[in-house]
Structures are given as structure tokens and as C-alpha cells.
Design a protein around this ligand. Structure first.
Ligand code: 4NP
Length: 146
């Protein structure tokens, strides 16, 4: 799960998908940011709060930057928005790398290339909207994974 700062959208997506996966699954879920603004930082308090209202604890997550090695370590790479998508593609080395990358909302509305809006400069309602979008998208991803 990849966004810009790895403190608002992608940690939420990571927490939501992890919470949906059965304990027995061998799937590894992680998140990263295309930027290095928030390395080692906890998720934004507003992401922590909206996750908590849904019974999900994301306080242990820490910001990290997306790296080329992630193409080797992961089979599916979900970008939150079209800018993140372009940054990830710019780091790709092969068609195999590029085939792993998709916009997360294309799981809900295939081919429409919609972005999860960046809630950083907005209020709590933005985080609620983001949560609801990611929750629905993660339901679709779950169907693929199990
Ligand atoms: P995120 O949100 O990409 O969903 O983690 C942002 C977090 C921080 C900034 C921008 C977006 N920032 O400019 O610091």
C-alpha cells in the first residue's frame, strides 16, 4: 500500500487489509510512502483515530519510503493516487515490476483510474471518507487473496 507520506492513507489501507485477513494467511501486507517526509513516524493521529473507531490499531506502524527492492518483495503494489502511481512506475525496472502496480480504487471501479483523496490538509470527514473507500477496496483485494 503506497501513498505520499505513509502516515495517512497507506497505513490505514495496511491496517484495514491486515484486519480482514485470516490469522492463518501467509500474505504479508506493508505500506510505504513515495516521499521521505515522515520516515520512522507514527501514522497521523486522525488515521489512528478513525482506525480505532473500527477496532483497528495502527499505532505500531512507522513511516518508510518505497524502494526498488519492494518490487522484489511484493506481488501486488497498490498506489493511493495517480501521482503515487507515476512515482512507483518511474522506479520500475521491468514489465514484471510494472504489472504489479495498480491504483487501489481500480479494484472497486476497474479502469477508471480514480484516486483516494489526500486527507492531510483537510478535516476528520476526509479521513472518514478515505476509510470507507479503503474498506470497500480491501474487501475486493481480500477476495483475490484468499
Ligand atoms: P498520505 O498523506 O500521503 O496519505 O500519508 C500525506 C501526508 C503528509 C503530507 C502529504 C500527504 N505532507 O505533505 O507532509
Amino acid at each position: 500500500m503506497v501513498c505520499l507520506g505513509n502516515i495517512c492513507r497507506s497505513p490505514l489501507a495496511e491496517g484495514i487489509l491486515k484486519a480482514k485477513l485470516p490469522n492463518t494467511t501467509a500474505v504479508t501486507v506493508d505500506s510505504a510512502g513515495t516521499a521521505a517526509y515522515h520516515l520512522g513516524k507514527t501514522p497521523d493521529p486522525r488515521s489512528i483515530a478513525i482506525a480505532r473507531t473500527h477496532g483497528i490499531d495502527i499505532t505500531q506502524l512507522r513511516g518508510r519510503q518505497f524502494e526498488v527492492k519492494d518490487f522484489d518483495d511484493f506481488d501486488l503494489i497498490y498506489a493511493m493516487d495517480t501521482s503515487n502511481f507515476k512515482h512507483i512506475i518511474a522506479l520500475s525496472r521491468t514489465d514484471e515490476d510494472r504489472l504489479k502496480v495498480n491504483l487501489i480504487l481500480n479494484e472497486l471501479t476497474p479502469g477508471e483510474d480514480l484516486s483516494v483523496p489526500d486527507p492531510y490538509y483537510g478535516g476528520d470527514q476526509g479521513f472518514k471518507n478515505v476509510y470507507d473507500m479503503l474498506d470497500k477496496a480491501c474487501d475486493r483485494i481480500l477476495e483475490k487473496l484468499i
